[in-house]
Design a protein. Structure first.
Length: 265
């Protein structure tokens, strides 16, 4: 018997809506606790996944597994769909990030039709709409698997710098709250801070310290926007030495104090 309970976590969202309450929500590097598919149908920009940055254009499908740090630009001309599969999705999905450039028109149409069907069944009250949603979601997984296999020969193996930055981004996501500096992360990775920063700049155009600061400030923004936790407690939770130091760091990055940012949300 099929388990339909996990469908309650499934969400399909227009990409422009993801940045409706601030582009920081999608541009800052962070990880999700669920897998996600981005299907860009118009526009272009840059996307960073596991510390490596590349451009995206229309008809690009990007799959990001749970726990993988990522961030992407969403300009005013960017359109498409984001599928959030939920934490306990039973659909077979890729185990690694995928950036697929879909050139064939009929393959693009297959994905568009499948996404439309998922949304139609999700919002329907007709009999068995939940089972239909699950089956269409399975077809989406099949579509992804086929495109990954088809494009396998075009995938470039990551170089040493990209592999190191992927390890750094994974370690950063797990430990960014622990008051660790770049030197601590570099030591854990068995490299010097200088080498780590050089590789980060090569892979994604940002210094290792910038990646760390961006992750901390993203988390601070999320906590300020979505909770009522006092500013001082947020500072302590994120490993800042004092509320005053947190306020200075936050204001330097955003141009606003934490309290002012919270009032505007």
């Amino acid at each position: 018997m099929q388990d339909l309970s996990n469908l309650s976590q499934l969400r399909v969202v227009a990409i422009p809506r993801l940045a409706a309450n601030g582009r920081w929500r999608v541009e800052a590097m962070r990880a999700l606790s669920e897998p996600m598919l981005l299907w860009f149908t118009k526009g272009q920009g840059r996307i960073t996944i596991a510390g490596s940055t590349r451009g995206y254009t229309a008809n690009n499908a990007v799959f990001i597994p749970a726990g993988v740090m990522h961030g992407f630009e969403v300009g005013p001309q960017v359109f498409g769909t984001a599928v959030y599969f939920g934490k306990n999705c039973d659909v077979t999905l890729p185990s690694t990030p995928q950036h697929l450039r879909i050139r064939e028109t009929f393959v693009q149409q297959e994905l568009n039709v499948t996404l439309d069907a998922i949304v139609r069944e999700m919002t329907s009250d007709t009999p068995a709409h939940d089972r239909a949603t699950l089956h269409y979601l399975g077809l989406l997984g099949v579509w992804l698997e086929r495109q990954v296999r088809k494009g396998a020969d075009e995938v470039k193996r990551p170089d040493a710098a990209q592999r190191l930055v992927a390890r750094y981004s994974s370690l950063l996501e797990r430990n960014f709250r622990d008051s660790m500096g770049v030197a601590d992360f570099a030591s854990a990775l068995g490299v010097t801070p200088t080498h780590l920063t050089r590789c980060c700049k090569q892979a994604c155009g940002k210094a290792a310290s910038t990646m760390l600061q961006d992750r901390l400030i993203f988390e601070a923004r999320s906590l300020l926007a979505e909770t009522k936790i006092p500013v001082g407690q947020i500072a302590a939770t994120l490993g800042f030495a004092s509320p005053a130091y947190f306020t200075r760091a936050f204001q330097h990055k955003t141009g606003k104090s934490p309290s002012a940012f919270r009032k505007e949300i």
